[in-house]
Write a protein that binds this ligand. Structure first.
Ligand SMILES: NC(=O)C1=CN([C@@H]2O[C@H](COP(=O)(O)OP(=O)(O)OC[C@H]3O[C@@H](n4cnc5c(N)ncnc54)[C@H](O)[C@@H]3O)[C@@H](O)[C@H]2O)C=CC1
Ligand SMILES: O=C(CO)COP(=O)(O)O
Length: 332
């Protein structure tokens, strides 16, 4: 399959960082951005000062305000916030040509439907060839060409291999996988647990508490993911455990930094109203607990995060409730 040109739908931090990735891998790159000023900045000053400040882009990276133009590329990377993915793909759908891979790079679960991004994509672009790119990768680091390794999942193994080669370069390694659901679930739910880890840091509960929280969060990720059809092998890989470790350990994560602020006494609205960038874990916590309750999956940490971010409970009450749960077998 011809994979020379890469169209990127989304001019935020990650879409822009992925443009640098694709360019370094030798691809021709066109970004669609929603804001005319982002398009102008990429084309005229070769930067994205709003979403990815301080990064000089290769002048060969171009941007457009016409969504249909990116659909002429050999492969499309879809990098909108999760809750806007359906609208972006709906607008793109008339232009998508049969067989062109859609690589979903957004991390989240759709709040209104409880669907994973690949399921939303299948609704919005029926018959599309869908892949997911997920894993521990901060846009600002990737754009600076610091090393990162991610999972590229698609049901068609040969396509996974080709896409991985088309996007990889010295500092960006794509490992292919056939488990799209697993790759997506890890990337979506780690955002919820990063908020929890941030709360632990914001409340100064200590490193032991942080390590315990991350480990029990992984147990929840595995329980939830396997129930939804993910392979455990995927969840212990880059897109699951890998991204959990990254975002639960660095305040560079928007989700973790929200948690830190909550732990220090701020409200969700106070934090989010100050931000242009997306904090996916808030909506995904809601979707996750709805799914879990419907299926009888026990997720005490995700439930606590959801209750805190919606203001249904206080941080102290949620921590107290988690610490007073009955003791149980670790394997259970
Ligand atoms: N920033 C990062 O390091 C990484 C982000 N991601 C994922 O990529 C996705 C996009 O995140 P970022 O690029 O960081 O976004 P961002 O926070 O840098 O920028 C927000 C983006 O949302 C767009 N937007 C706002 N309202 C919109 C609407 N109504 N319809 C369509 N687009 C709208 C803006 O144009 C902008 O591109 C998220 O799902 C995120 O979890 C994944 C890996 C790394
Ligand atoms: O997904 C990410 C890194 O892999 C980015 O995390 P945040 O959205 O929490 O900043």
């Amino acid at each position: 399959m011809q994979l020379q040109s890469i169209g990127i739908a989304g001019g935020g931090a990650w879409g822009t960082a992925l443009a640098t990735v694709a360019r370094r891998a030798g691809r021709d790159v066109l970004i669609w951005a929603q804001e005319p000023e982002t398009v102008a900045a990429i084309n005229e000053t070769h930067g994205n000062p709003v979403y990815l400040p301080g990064v000089a882009l290769d002048p060969a990276i171009e941007a457009t305000s016409e969504l249909g133009e990116v659909a002429t590329c050999d492969t499309l990377l879809i990098v909108s916030p999760a809750q806007h993915l359906r609208d972006v793909l709906g607008a793109l759908q008339p232009y998508v040509q049969n067989g062109r891979p859609l690589v979903i790079c957004s991390k989240g679960i759709e709040q209104a439907t409880g669907k994973l991004m690949s399921q939303v994509a299948a609704d919005a672009v029926p018959g599309a060839t869908i892949a997911a790119l997920s894993g521990p990768s901060f846009a600002a680091e990737v754009a600076r060409e610091l090393p990162a390794a991610v999972t590229l999942a698609t049901g068609q193994e040969e396509l996974g291999r080709q896409l991985s080669h088309a996007l990889s370069s010295a500092a960006f390694r794509c490992y292919w996988s056939s488990d799209v659901v697993g790759a997506e679930i890890g990337g979506a739910v780690k955002n919820v647990y990063a908020i929890a880890a941030g709360i632990v840091v914001g409340k100064d509960l200590g490193r032991s508490a942080q390590a315990g929280l991350i480990t029990r969060s992984f147990a929840e990720m595995a329980r939830f993911g396997v129930a939804l059809g993910a392979a455990l092998e995927t969840l212990i890989g880059l897109s699951g455990l890998g991204d959990l470790v990254l975002t639960c350990g660095s305040e560079q994560s928007r989700n973790m930094s929200l948690g830190v602020a909550l732990g220090r006494g701020a409200t969700t609205n106070e934090v989010l109203s100050e931000r242009l960038s997306v904090t996916e874990g808030v909506a995904t916590a809601n979707a996750m607990v709805e799914i879990a309750r419907g299926r009888g999956i026990e997720l005490p940490i995700a439930e606590a995060v959801h209750a805190i971010v919606t203001g249904a409970t206080s941080v102290d009450a949620a921590i107290g409730a988690l610490l007073s749960r009955p003791l149980r077998s670790e394997a259970g």
